[in-house]
Design a protein around this ligand. Structure first.
Ligand code: PAF
Length: 294
């Protein structure tokens, strides 16, 4: 496995690659969710590139960039075990050199949900992902369904800017109690970690209500709130019930495929999860194409 941290070395390595390239962009602190993306990329491509870059421009001033978990030696060990071909570990100065002033902004689907809670977040994500696409020229790129809005935003950007890249969205990987794997889970103390399982329970309760015919967004929201209320350690940031393609909030009643997203604050750590309904949809892959949207 080669590890490169300059653009010249990356370009040189890329030129020598034969066959299809799969890219897995990450911010490191790798867990089984990332490794599932790597395995999918390995299964579908001749060569796999993983990037590890804690992207400063997707953090808000009130989010602690310096505290984001980092452990490059451990990450590299995990990637070696997965037989990854190349890892790109740039510095912020390499990605954003002095005078940097060009941004990629996806206008509509970046609004609302995480875009509203974290202004500027998606501009940072799409800018760095566009740069990584240009630098690595992959045939396919892999992202997780856990960050569903990010997935929709990146698909939109890829179409709008004509990147010849297939965006693959992989199912959320969960702990045995249902908590979605996230690099941020390490921040949780044991009480918060145990309580966090309520997030998945709340989403599954919404799914059961939906399977039983419930289509009213307010009533689905009430079902979720009731389950969350059983855990006093949980503070709700937002519950969104949106059209899974446009991400427009559903006001009353709909038969559109739904993306139900939930963000809770547990002792200062924001945990995010979602479910697609009907539950037959594991990820937004397929949905976005069949509905001609994002
Ligand atoms: O999902 C992430 O880890 C990040 O948002 C990404 C896609 C690597 C861009 O920095």
């Amino acid at each position: 496995m080669d590890v490169v941290d300059t653009i010249d070395a990356l370009r040189q390595a890329r030129q020598q690659m034969k066959g299809t390239v799969g890219l897995v962009p990450t911010m490191g602190a790798l867990h089984d969710g990332h490794l599932a993306l790597v395995r999918q990329a390995k299964a579908e491509n001749d060569v796999v590139i993983v990037s590890i870059f804690v992207n400063p421009t997707q953090f808000n001033p009130n989010e602690d960039l310096s505290k984001y978990p980092r452990d490059i030696p451990h990450d590299l060990e995990l990637l070696r075990q997965e037989d990854v071909d190349l890892v790109f570990t740039p510095t912020p100065e390499l990605i954003y050199p002095e005078g940097f002033q060009t941004w990629v902004n996806v206008e509509q689907v970046s609004q609302g949900l995480e875009g509203e809670r974290r202004p500027g977040h998606f501009r940072g994500v799409t800018t760095v992902v566009a740069k990584l696409f240009n630098l690595t020229q992959p045939k396919r790129a892999y992202f997780g369904q856990k960050d569903a809005q990010q997935a929709v935003v990146i698909k939109r950007m890829t179409r709008d800017l004509n990147f010849p890249i297939v965006i693959r969205i992989c199912p959320t990987v969960r702990e045995p109690d249902g908590l979605a794997m996230s690099s941020r889970n390490v921040y949780l103390n044991p009480e918060h970690r145990a309580a966090a399982a309520v997030i998945r329970r709340a989403l599954l309760a919404a799914s059961s209500a939906y399977e039983n015919g419930e289509r009213n967004a307010d009533d689905i929201r009430i079902v979720i709130e009731h389950v969350l209320e059983t855990e006093p350690l949980v503070e709700v940031d937002y519950i969104s019930i949106a059209n899974a393609v446009t991400l427009h909030e559903i006001e009353i009643q709909t038969d559109d495929p739904l993306l139900i997203s939930l963000v809770v604050n547990m002792g200062g750590t924001h945990l995010l999860d979602n479910i697609l309904l009907p539950a037959a949809h594991n990820t937004i892959d397929g949905l976005t194409d069949t509905l001609g949207g994002a």
